[in-house]
Unconditional design. Structure first.
Length: 380
């Protein structure tokens, strides 16, 4: 780990330590993965303006995201199955985020439960909600997040159906992992991961254990979940959640300015410009390409954040320059988690903060809250 200089180094370590089926689950996207690639590559088309002759000796990356103090405008995005990458992975990631002073977002589809995270790191984490067909269960999830003290609810809107992911089909990904001669060999060649997982206490979807009275094994909960994603999800459901939730409400999966306008109309406190990391519809623009359109529509009414494609601190500054109030990172911290657990997540965040601080110096900015369109030179 002494040679880790960037997020891609963490990715390479994660690839060497995870079974292929899990690495591909984290790293891959849907269909031909063009949206997944564009999320990263389109950042490179945004050029920053370097400025000189300014005193940048005293710089600060501190800011506020959705009413919460943050050491930098970065939050850990919700990610399912994190606890299969590293034992109690959500707890490890939440601890790293807390230690670094940034928000952590727990997924509905996590291995560790809302209550697990609250016991280990307190209630200042954020919770991500999927709207299931079973609305009574959704209400219970909202109540549990509120009782745990979560200040922010992140409502994901773009998983009413699941995109086709070729890597997962080729690997025959299932939950629990399907045992075949090839997967057994794959796991046997990753002994560090295998031994850790064998010792893990939590191996099921912690938030779903009280979802129904049937089979609560990993296989049973996975089958129940597949039947629960709801294609009838509508803006009426968003209004219902807004009425239920007393804290900050953020809508994730927004790319259309008209949808952003509807979010503002229903009283959302923020939106996350996201195409689900390129894991849903493949033939869509990147998140960074749609950011300015959404900011132009609702940026004066609510907080606009970005998710997807951030790989270094330059990308964070690019997003802020185009109007985002903060960014969410998913794959970068998952690479770190798979590499060395909590320390890897912390290292991911340290790399982002290091880069941000340097980029601010080169752009002649001392306070991260002052980054705006003036740091953007243009696009290629």
């Amino acid at each position: 780990m002494n040679a880790i200089a960037c997020i891609d180094d963490l990715r390479r370590v994660a690839r060497s330590r995870l079974p292929r089926v899990l690495y591909d689950y984290v790293h891959g996207g849907s269909w031909t993965e063009s949206a997944c690639r564009a999320n990263v590559e389109d950042f490179r088309d945004v050029l920053l303006l370097q400025r000189v002759g300014r005193d940048v000796s005293s710089r600060s990356t501190r800011t506020r995201m959705l009413g919460q103090n943050a050491s930098m405008p970065v939050a850990l995005a919700p990610a399912g199955l994190t606890g299969l990458l590293y034992p109690d992975g959500e707890i490890a990631a939440a601890r790293a985020a807390r230690g670094m002073g940034v928000p952590f977002t727990l997924s509905t589809m996590s291995i560790c439960s809302i209550e697990d995270i609250a016991r280990h790191v307190g209630g200042d984490f954020w919770f991500q909600l999927y709207v299931m067909r079973d609305r009574a269960f959704v209400r219970r999830l909202v109540d549990r997040a509120r009782d745990a003290g979560c200040p922010v609810l992140v409502l994901t809107l773009d998983l009413q159906a699941q995109g086709i992911r070729y890597r997962d089909l080729h690997n025959r990904l299932s939950v629990p992992l399907r045992i075949t001669p090839s997967t057994l060999w794959d796991m046997a060649t990753r002994p560090r991961w295998a031994m850790r997982l064998l010792r893990a206490r939590r191996r099921r979807f912690g938030n779903l254990l009280d979802a129904h009275e049937g089979d609560t094994s990993m296989r049973g909960l996975a089958a129940w979940t597949q039947a629960q994603f709801d294609p009838t999800l509508s803006w009426e459901d968003v209004a219902w959640i807004r009425d239920l939730w007393p804290g900050k409400l953020v809508l994730k999966g927004i790319t259309d300015p008209a949808d952003a306008r509807q979010a503002a109309h229903l009283g959302a406190d923020g939106v996350i410009v996201s195409n689900h990391g390129g894991r849903q519809l493949d033939a869509v623009p990147s998140s960074i390409r749609m950011l300015e359109h959404v900011v132009g529509e609702v940026g004066s009414q609510l907080e606009v954040h970005l998710d997807g494609g951030v790989r270094d601190g330059q990308d964070v500054v690019r997003a802020l320059g185009l109007g985002a109030k903060g960014v969410f990172v998913g794959r970068p911290y998952l690479y770190g988690l798979a590499a060395t657990g909590e320390d890897g997540v912390r290292q991911c965040l340290e790399l982002l903060r290091r880069d941000m601080d340097l980029v601010m110096a080169f752009c002649g900015v001392c306070d991260v809250t002052e980054i705006d369109r003036r740091v953007i030179f243009g696009t290629r």
